[in-house]
Structure formats: structure tokens, C-alpha cells
Design a protein around this ligand. Structure first.
Ligand SMILES: C[S@@+](CC[C@H](N)C(=O)[O-])C[C@H]1O[C@@H](n2cnc3c(N)ncnc32)[C@H](O)[C@@H]1O
Length: 355
């Protein structure tokens, strides 16, 4: 409770007086306006000047300056960390996850070992702080295996790993337990899709549930996209997403190993190849060179780099792999670190023009 100078206003002028005091920047917004039978008491940060009082009186005849006791407004709780402030000791508060990934109505966090026994508490706080979230998952291991999957523990809300995620105006059915998806690649999906030109044929070697392929088809009138993945669940979701986003005439899903698919049916067809399998893409450079049209095209090549590996080393490795398959890298117009993936490890991308 706080004693404050205030404006005592006949009830019927209350709203007008609040607006006027606010305009004059003397309304104390941290305190609650008080009311009784006949008057409204508007807390002020200071006594109004004569000129200010004149302005107030024009809006609210018969108002006067007075003092009153006001209670403070409750600050809206905005973050899950604030919700946990009085539930965890300071050393554990300091260990709370710094970031949350949102995939549709699922929130994903990495809970450090010292908070393992409190993970349900963290999950409930996230549910409370984010009204659109219905499930909270904790990462329970690293991304691994051919399908690039990770295990998750449900720590709060509905026990599920399926959701619908929106990205750049497209909708994706995602099942985090069955097929790879990361919202952290959103910028990259859009960057690559924006580089595609009308009339191109694109081969997405490692398509997952389709965030490159479908966005390319959505953005461009006349494109043909072959979307390959070796994971049958990814292809099932991709098929759903093709229908959901109405791009069935442009995106052609193919289940299988990218190398074999190129050999069998996608030799010399592509203007552009997307190679988003950072840990193994280097092994597929030969297949990418074969998929490109004889006159060449663009390759978006993803890889992991360690702190000690420079982008220069990565480019050199890529150029050698291209030359081993009988092609040449004309130029690398763009490269960047996409995101941190582990301590001292980053996902990097090279855009390369190949002839
Ligand atoms: C890192 S994910 C990328 C998914 C997608 N491009 C995205 O941005 O969300 C790599 C995908 O490659 C698939 N994959 C792994 N080996 C493959 C292969 N030999 N041929 C085709 N797809 C493969 C995995 O199943 C996984 O879905």
C-alpha cells in the first residue's frame, strides 16, 4: 500500500480524467485506481502544476487534488523463470534453461542434470507462462542415427510428440519422435527458398517433413521439387504436408537413399541440390554433382564445423570432393555459420556454383 497525491474526480468523469492524466504523463500506472460511492481517486506521480490542473479540470469539472492510500498493481507474470523464482533455490534458478524451442503447441527444453528431479515443476511453469503450449518435452539425448532423431521425455501436459507447426505461411505435421524437425532452421529454409528461380528443378536430398521443398513450391509458380528421404515416417508426414499445403503438382516425394535415387532416376535433372545432412553430406557430394544438369547449378551444402575448423577448411574439403567427381566449383557466393549445435560446434552452410 502506498500513500500518494491523487486526483479526486466525480465518478462520471473518471475515465476522461484518467486519459487526461495519462496524456500529461502524471498518472501513476503502477498503482490501482480507487473508487467509492461518488468519486474516483486517480494516483499521480506528483502534484499537477496549475496549467496541468486546468487541463484536468476541463475534462473533469469539480475535480480536486487530494491524497489517498493505493494498492500496487500485480505485475503480469511473463516468464516461466519468474514463476519459479520462489520455488527453487538461487543456484538452481541460475541453471534453468536459457532457451525454449516451440514446435506447434509443443515446447522443448534441455534440462541440466542438477534440475533433473525438478523437471516436472519446470514443465508446469512453462505451461502456465505459455498459454498456447499444451505439451512440454525435455531432450533426453542427442540427435543420432540415420534418421537424425532424438529421444524426449514428456515433462508436462498432453503426452504427445505430434503437432502442426507453422513456418513462413506453410503448415507442417510434425512428429518429433518419428522424423527430424527443428524450428532453428526456419531462417535457412526461407533463405534457400528465396534463392530459387522460376522454372528450376530442385532436388532436396534429405527432405525430412518438407520445410525446404514445400516452401520452395509455395513461393514459386513454376518449379519441380524432388524431395527424398530414407525415413518412411518422414515421407509419410511429407505426403501429408504436401496435401496440407496444396503443392502436390510441384513436390514429388521419394522414399529411399539419395545416392541410389539419383543413380536410378534423377541423373542430370537439377538446377539446384539441397544437402541438409550436416554430419554426412560430404559423402553425397558425388551424387549431388551427378544430379545437377550437365551445364551445372547450385548446391547448398551443410556441414558441422568445430572451433578449430575454419570455413576455409570446409570450403577446401567441399571443393576437393566436387573435383573428385569430375566437376568444378566456379564460386562460393555465400557461406555462414547457421547455428551452434554443441559446445564448440556449429552447423555451417556453403552455397556453391558448380560447373
Ligand atoms: C537433418 S534432417 C533434415 C531434414 C530437413 N531438410 C529439415 O530441414 O528439417 C536429415 C534428414 O536426412 C534423412 N536421411 C539420412 N540419410 C539419408 C539418405 N542416405 N538419403 C536420404 N535421406 C537421408 C534423415 O532421415 C533426415 O530426415
Amino acid at each position: 500500500m502506498k500513500k500518494r497525491v491523487c486526483l479526486k474526480v466525480p465518478k462520471r468523469y473518471g475515465e476522461k480524467a484518467i486519459v487526461a492524466a495519462n496524456k500529461l504523463k502524471i498518472f501513476d500506472r503502477a498503482l490501482k485506481v480507487q473508487r467509492d460511492e461518488g468519486f474516483v481517486y486517480i494516483p499521480l506521480i506528483r502534484r499537477p502544476s496549475e496549467k496541468e490542473f486546468e487541463t484536468l479540470r476541463n475534462q473533469a469539472p469539480n475535480c480536486s487534488v487530494s491524497t489517498n492510500i493505493f494498492s500496487e498493481k500485480k505485475k503480469p507474470i511473463t516468464t516461466f523463470v519468474e514463476l519459479l523464482a520462489d520455488k527453487l533455490p538461487p543456484h538452481l534458478l541460475a541453471s534453468l534453461p536459457r532457451s525454449i524451442d516451440f514446435v506447434g503447441d509443443i515446447a522443448i527444453v534441455e534440462v541440466p542434470p542438477e534440475l533433473e528431479t525438478r523437471k516436472e515443476l519446470i514443465g508446469e511453469a512453462i505451461l502456465k507462462a505459455h498459454k498456447n503450449v499444451h505439451t512440454v518435452l525435455a531432450k533426453a539425448g542427442a540427435v543420432s542415427g540415420t534418421y537424425r532423431l532424438r529421444k524426449f521425455d514428456v515433462i508436462a501436459g498432453e503426452p504427445k510428440t505430434e503437432t502442426v507447426h507453422k513456418e513462413h505461411g506453410c503448415r507442417y505435421c510434425v512428429d518429433l519422435a518419428k522424423a527430424y524437425f527443428s524450428p532453428r532452421l526456419s531462417y535457412e529454409h526461407n533463405r534457400v527458398a528465396s534463392l530459387v528461380k522460376e522454372g528450376e528443378t530442385v532436388v532436396d536430398f534429405f527432405a525430412g517433413v518438407g520445410p525446404f521443398s514445400i516452401l520452395i513450391a509455395k513461393k514459386h509458380e513454376k518449379v519441380k521439387v524432388y524431395a527424398i528421404d530414407v525415413n518412411p515416417n518422414a515421407i509419410e508426414l511429407l505426403n501429408k504436408n504436401i496435401r496440407l499445403n496444396k503443392v502436390h503438382n510441384k513436390v514429388h516425394p521419394i522414399l529411399g537413399d539419395a545416392k541410389k535415387i539419383v543413380e536410378k532416376r534423377l541423373f542430370s535433372v537439377a538446377d539446384r541440390v539441397i544437402m541438409n545432412l550436416p554430419e554426412k553430406a560430404i559423402e553425397f557430394v558425388d551424387a549431388a554433382c551427378k544430379a545437377l544438369k550437365p551445364e551445372g547449378g547450385t548446391v547448398h551444402f551443410y556441414s558441422f564445423v568445430k572451433a578449430s575448423d575454419s570455413m576455409g577448411n570446409l570450403t577446401q574439403k567441399f571443393v576437393s570432393a566436387v573435383e573428385s567427381s569430375g566437376r568444378t566449383v566456379e564460386k562460393v557466393p555465400f557461406s555462414r555459420l547457421v547455428r551452434a549445435t554443441a559446445p564448440y560446434e556449429w552447423q555451417a552452410v556453403l552455397d556453391a556454383e558448380i560447373r
